[in-house]
Write a protein that binds this ligand. Structure first.
Ligand SMILES: Nc1ncnc2c1ncn2[C@@H]1O[C@H](COP(=O)(O)OP(=O)(O)O)[C@@H](O)[C@H]1O
Ligand SMILES: [Mg+2]
Length: 314
């Protein structure tokens, strides 16, 4: 087990966030639990699940609203996406009300509905959860992420927001300076402060910080999990390239889960596929772990403990 943690080389900057990526069903939750358990031996650890399939409870018992301590130094939290969507919606409604008081004349509820059902709200929720864990007091936070598409779109959001904010700031700065010039020409008093512009600057600073945290290997480790099958391997490749090209943060650990003993794989006609997957993992030049198939689905914490004994790190 220590091999897994060693591969992450936990840094001295805390909290250190470990994001576990991979296609649905490959074992992200299982591997996240194993990782969080071993990190909790080093320091206070939070295992945060953003996976809408709320499987953590199966292994770790009932999980409350906030972080729940399940063993020494190990806290677990399941983010409720529905509740968070509500929070995001009301935050934006409030922001709009504050910045555009005239809006209340129209139907503000209509605006909040638009926010609630806008594509990307889920990603915004995940991004906010990530921003929160960076501000938390844990030494390690392991994040069990939603399926690849949503996870990658979430990680791309800060850059996207920064492009939009840059443009919005440009436009708003022009408006503010025009307003100033007009008022001066007319010999009127002008309010120099502009709440909207200040808020835009704040948002830009927040997203710059988050983007930098997600790109820093001191602060964020990416772990990609796959099984020796075409689709999971395809998503591993996609995630790997995304992390390098878009975030500039090379994954620290690749995990090949549910690897069958050669004899069994041959019998099932998947030996070649398994070998090719292993070769591909080795070819990336980063640490990788091979996790044996337990021979049955993991059902309990005892099964995960057993699995922990079957992890080999290269
Ligand atoms: N090494 C393994 N051996 C046997 N079953 C496994 C192994 N890893 C995961 N599983 C099983 O595979 C299924 C998917 O695992 P899970 O961790 O929930 O995946 P994900 O979070 O990626 O959707 C679960 O039924 C789990 O018990
Ligand atoms: Mg899961």
């Amino acid at each position: 087990m220590s091999g897994l943690v060693e591969a992450l080389k936990p840094a001295s900057c805390y909290p250190h966030v470990v994001l576990v990526l991979g296609k649905g069903g490959v074992g992200k939750t299982t591997i996240s639990i194993a990782l969080a358990r071993s990190l909790s031996r080093l320091g206070r650890t939070l295992l945060l699940s953003l996976d809408p399939a709320k499987h953590l409870a199966k292994y770790l018992g009932v999980i409350g609203e906030g972080p729940t301590e399940v063993s020494e130094n190990l806290h677990v939290q399941q983010v409720s996406v529905e509740r968070e969507v509500e929070a995001v919606t009301s935050r934006y409604a409030e922001l709009l009300r504050e910045l555009l008081p005239s809006l209340s004349v129209y139907n503000l509820e209509g605006v909040t509905d638009v926010v609630r059902y806008t594509p990307g709200v889920e990603e915004e929720v995940f991004l906010r959860a990530l921003a929160r864990v960076f501000r938390s007091s844990y030494s390690y936070v392991v994040v069990d992420t939603p399926p690849t598409g949503v996870a990658l779109r979430t990680l791309a959001l800060p850059n996207l927001y920064l492009v939009w904010l840059g443009k919005l700031i440009e436009v708003r700065e022009r408006i503010v300076s025009l307003r100033y010039v007009i008022a001066r020409t007319l010999g009127r008093e002008v309010e120099v402060r502009d709440r909207a512009l200040e808020r835009l600057y704040e948002m830009r600073a927040e997203f710059q910080q988050l983007r930098d945290l997600l790109a820093s290997h001191e602060r964020t480790s990416y772990v990609i999990v796959a099984t020796p099958e075409p689709l999971p391997m395809y998503e591993l490749r996609e995630s790997y390239n995304f992390l390098i090209k878009r975030l500039g943060n090379r994954p620290k650990l690749l995990v090949l889960n549910r690897v069958l003993p050669d004899g069994v794989a041959r019998e099932l006609g998947v030996l070649d596929l398994q070998r090719r997957s292993l070769e591909e993992l080795a070819s990336y030049g980063v640490r990788y772990a091979v996790v044996e198939h337990l021979g049955r689905p993991t059902e309990s914490l005892a099964d995960i403990e057993e699995l922990e004994g079957r992890i080999r790190v290269f």
